[in-house]
Design a protein. Structure first.
Length: 43
């Protein structure tokens, strides 16, 4: 049971990391195509 939970956590972290990279790429493309960047606090 514990091993399964560790595997799920690793998988979740990997998927989250891939999603963050994808969002960063999307933002980079948007900034380059529009020539602007709008920032706001996440907190």
């Amino acid at each position: 049971m514990l091993i399964v939970e560790f595997v799920e956590i690793d998988r979740f972290e990997e998927q989250a990391s891939e999603r963050v990279e994808s969002l960063a790429d999307d933002l980079d493309h948007l900034v380059k195509s529009r020539g602007m960047l709008i920032l706001r606090s996440v907190f």
